[in-house]
Design a protein around this ligand. Structure first.
Ligand code: ACM
Length: 469
C-alpha cells in the first residue's frame, strides 16, 4: 500500500449497509462503480480530502476495493490517509476450505470466518458439506440424510491408532445440519463481502453418513451401517444401482440451486474399491458399461455428476484422484496429494487449484507438537507457507495459465470448536492470502513485521489466532 499522502479527519460513522458505504460526513462517501476500461480483476481506490472513489473492472474487484477501504477506515485512529491504490490479484481463486462435516460449525461462526476472509481479500469459501462422519445439508425428499446422517453417537478420542482394541470414544452425540434457507442466507452474507461459497458433495467415497441414512445407497443394501465415529477412509462407498444415480441427481440439483456459484466440487478423493470388487451388481454394471477394470467405475460417477451439473450451468471441480480414471474435459482439478500433481494436471490441460497437503493443509501442526493442541499430524509452519515454491516442477507459460489459484484447507477431525478452527487458520491464512493475491514477495522477516501490525485487526474481529513465536 502506498504511503499516506495526506491525512483527513475520520468520518463519524461509516457503516456497511446493503452494499453501499454510508457516512454522516458527505466528503467521506465512497462513490463506487464498475469501469470497463479497467482489467476485470483490477480496482482503483482514491481517497482525497474531497471524498473517496472506487472503480473496478467487475463486481468481484469492486468487493476487493471495498474491503480495502473498510480496512483503511477501520485502521484509522482519528484520521484516514489520503491514498491512491490501483491493484489486482494474481489469482482468481483465493480460497479457504472448511470441513463442517467432521465437526459441525454453527452459522454465526462460519460468518465470522467469512468476515475474516474478506479482510484478507480471500474470495472463495469451499464448504465441505458431506462426509462419512456427518451429512450437513437438508435435501428435500430425503429427510433421513439429516435426521440420521447428520448425527453420530460418539467420536474417537485422540489419534486413530492401528489397534482397534485401543480406541476410546467420548460417548457424546455430535451433529447438526443446515436448512436450505440457512445456506441461502449464508451465500448472501458472503456475497455482500465479496466471498463466493462453493459447495462440495463428496462422491462416490466419503458417503458413509448417507449410506447410514439410506442403506440402499450402498453396495450391501441389507446391511445397516452407522454414521462413522472414527477418522480415516471408509470402505462404504456408493453402490451402482439406478436408485443411487437418481439420488445423486436430486442432491446435485438441489445443492446447485442453493449455491449460485458457477463452480461445484464433487470430491472424488479416497474412494476404496473393495466393495465394488465384491459386488455382483457392480460386475454386471461393468459389463453393461463396457468396462474391464473396477477403477473405471469411479469415472462413471465423475461423468454422471458432471453431466448433471453442466445442465445446471456449473463447472465441476474434483480432488486429484479423478485423474486416475476416465474423466470429462473441462474439469478443474484440486491438487492435494503432492505438489508435483500441479505439473501432472496442467500438463494434461486441466485448470488446477493448488491445495497440496505438504504446504496448504492447515490441520497440520504449526509448530513443535509439544506445545500445540492435538492435531492430525504433519508440520506446516507460517514460514513454510510464506516461502515455499508451490510449483516444485517448473510450469511452462501455458501450464502456468491453467493455475486458477491457491487454497488453505481446514479439515476438522481434530478441530471440534470454532476457536480451534480459528487457531489453526490464523495467522497461516494471512500468508495464504498474500501468496494468492501475489503481493510482491518480501523476506519472511518483513512479512512478520507487517503481520505484527496486522494482528490487532484479527483481535478486532474476535479471532483466536496462534500468537507469533
Ligand atoms: C483429502 O484430503 N482427502 C482431499
Amino acid at each position: 500500500m502506498p504511503d499516506p499522502i495526506a491525512l483527513v479527519p475520520l468520518p463519524r460513522s461509516v457503516v456497511w449497509s446493503e452494499g453501499v458505504w454510508e457516512t454522516s460526513d458527505p466528503w467521506a462517501e465512497l462513490s463506487v462503480g464498475v469501469n470497463e476500461d479497467l482489467a476485470p480483476a483490477e480496482y482503483s481506490l482514491s481517497i482525497s480530502p474531497r471524498g473517496a472513489a472506487l472503480s473496478a473492472g467487475s463486481e468481484a474487484a469492486l468487493a476487493d476495493g471495498r474491503n480495502t477501504f473498510a480496512q483503511i477506515v477501520a485502521d484509522a485512529h482519528g484520521s484516514i490517509p489520503c491514498v491512491t491504490i490501483s491493484d489486482q490479484p494474481k489469482h482468481a481463486w483465493r480460497g479457504m476450505h472448511l470441513d463442517v462435516s467432521r465437526h459441525f460449525m454453527a452459522i454465526p461462526e462460519i460468518e465470522k470466518m467469512i468476515d475474516a476472509m474478506a479482510l484478507h481479500r480471500l474470495n472463495v469459501l469451499h464448504l465441505h458439506l458431506t462426509d462419512d462422519q456427518g451429512w450437513r445439508v437438508e435435501i428435500k425428499g430425503y429427510p433421513r440424510l439429516t435426521e440420521v446422517g447428520g448425527w453420530r453417537e460418539q467420536t474417537l478420542v485422540g489419534h486413530m491408532s492401528e489397534d482397534e482394541d485401543s480406541w476410546e470414544f467420548d460417548g457424546i452425540r455430535h451433529g447438526g445440519f443446515y436448512t436450505q434457507q440457512e445456506l441461502k442466507d449464508l451465500v448472501e452474507y458472503a456475497r455482500r463481502r465479496g466471498v463466493m461459497i462453493v459447495p462440495e458433495v463428496d462422491l462416490p467415497g466419503h458417503m458413509q453418513a448417507a449410506i447410514a441414512a439410506y442403506p440402499e445407497l450402498g453396495n450391501v443394501p441389507e446391511r445397516q451401517v452407522g454414521v462413522r465415529e472414527v477418522w480415516g477412509i471408509s470402505d462404504h462407498v456408493l453402490g451402482v444401482s439406478d436408485q443411487v444415480f437418481d439420488f445423486l441427481r436430486d442432491v446435485l440439483t438441489q445443492v446447485s440451486e442453493i449455491f449460485p456459484a458457477p463452480y461445484f466440487h464433487i470430491g472424488g478423493d479416497e474412494c476404496p474399491r473393495v466393495e465394488w470388487e465384491r459386488s455382483s451388481e457392480a460386475r454386471a454394471r461393468m459389463n453393461e458399461w463396457g468396462m474391464t477394470r473396477v477403477s473405471e467405475i469411479q469415472g462413471r460417477f465423475t461423468q454422471f455428476a458432471t453431466d448433471v451439473l453442466r445442465e445446471q450451468g456449473k463447472k465441476v471441480i474434483a480432488w486429484d484422484e479423478v485423474l486416475d480414471s476416465p474423466l470429462p474435459d473441462g474439469i478443474v482439478i484440486m491438487n492435494w496429494r503432492h505438489g508435483n500433481g500441479l505439473k501432472t494436471s496442467t500438463e494434461r490441460g486441466f485448470q488446477t487449484i493448488i491445495a497440496n497437503n505438504e504446504h496448504l493443509y492447515l490441520d497440520h501442526y504449526q509448530a513443535d507438537p509439544e506445545g500445540e493442541p492435538l492435531a492430525i499430524g504433519g508440520l506446516t509452519t507460517l514460514k513454510d507457507i510464506y516461502t515455499t515454491d508451490f510449483a516444485p516442477q517448473p510450469l511452462s507459460d501455458d501450464e502456468q495459465k491453467l493455475v486458477l489459484g491457491l487454497q488453505g484447507q481446514l479439515w476438522s477431525e481434530y478441530l471440534p470448536t470454532a476457536e480451534d478452527v480459528q487457531y489453526m487458520a490464523f495467522p497461516r491464512m494471512c500468508a495464504v492470502a498474500e501468496r494468492a493475491w501475489g503481493s510482491p514477495q518480501q523476506s519472511y522477516e518483513e512479512f512478520l513485521e507487517r503481520l505484527r501490525a496486522h494482528l490487532p485487526r484479527l483481535d478486532a474481529f474476535g479471532i483466536r489466532y496462534r500468537p507469533l513465536d
